[in-house]
Design a protein around this ligand. Sequence first.
Ligand code: DC
Length: 227
Amino acid sequence: MINQGPVITIDGPSGAGKGTVSQLIAEKLGWHILDSGALYRLLSLAVSHHGMSVDDTETLKVLAEHLDIQFEQSEDGKIDIVLEGEIVTQAIRTEEVGNNASKLAAIPEVREGLLLRQRAFSQLPGLVADGRDMGTVVFPAAQIKVFLTASAEERARRRSSQLEQKGESVDFDALVKTIKERDERDANRTIAPLVPAAGALVIDSTDLTIEQVVEMIFAETVKAGLA
Ligand code: DC
């Protein structure tokens, strides 16, 4: 079998810090990164752009397999996310796109359609994969599995400060409610529910800084002889 390099999976609910932590670990190791949530968000945006029905699951599967998506390095070193030729890096981050992504993510055909695309990100020298089922379904043989979580209130605080920085007004209680509903849907769906993989290092980031979380994961990487 071709050596596709080691994989670190970082799963957990949204707002736990997975995105930032994954990016910092990937930079530290010089590895590739997979933001699998972005794929579900891109699909959600494409479905609304094309006015598609979410009931036609076979067509959704084909769309998931073939959707024109690019992750391009921009001049300032950041990644531009491109859907069908249009930069949608910001557009996929709205609450509406996220909630619709969570609904699409409960459809088995959608998950099947995205499976091989996600595995294709595993390349040398290594991959940091961020999502909900990275350690359980997509990369079950990953060398290091992390489940990163935080209380719903703390995640709502982090999300509301992000939204306020963007000048958006925030109803904090409504945000906590939406986050809990989304957790419930992601954890209780029948296919690939959000649960820690067997043997995962569970980190509760409620009272930890990003740097502390990165150090904990990096220490595991050193222990495993990967860094
Ligand atoms: O991580 P995120 O908030 O960008 O993800 C958006 C939605 O996509 C999330 O509510 C659940 C779904 N998702 C998933 O089911 N499996 C993944 N590996 C990643 C995301």
